[in-house]
Design a protein around this ligand. Sequence first.
Ligand SMILES: [Zn+2]
Length: 130
Amino acid sequence: MKGKKEKTNTITIPDEEHSIEIFRNIRWSEGVYCPKCHSFHVEKRGPQGRIHRYQCKNCNNNFSDFTNTIFHKSQVPLGIMIYILFNMKNKNTITLSKETGLTRQTIYRIKKIFNKQKQEKTNKKKSQTH
Ligand SMILES: [Zn+2]
C-alpha cells in the first residue's frame, strides 16, 4: 500500500527506560568493553540521564552505552528500535513498517545495521579464539 502511514496498530513497544535496559543487556552481554581498544578494563562513570558513561582504564577513552551504535545518532525512538530488533526475524519489512509507522527504507536500514553489528560481533569472537 502506498500513501501516508500515520496509523500504528496496537503493538507493544517497550518504554524508553526499559528499552535502554534491554539494549544494555544486548550490547554488554559479555561485559562492558571499550569500543576503541576493546579492553574490558573499564570504570563506570555514573549515569548521564538514562544512559551510563564509562572510562577505559587502558586508553582513557570516554564512552557511553550508545557510543558507536546506531542509537547514538538515530532519531527513531529506542523502544521502536528494540521492537524491530526483536521482530525482524519473524516479521518482514512491510509488516514492521505498517506496525511502527516508519518507512520501509528506514526499517530496512535498521535491519541492515543490526545484522552488520551481529556479524562484527561474531567476527570478533572468532578472532579471539586460539
Ligand atoms: Zn580503551
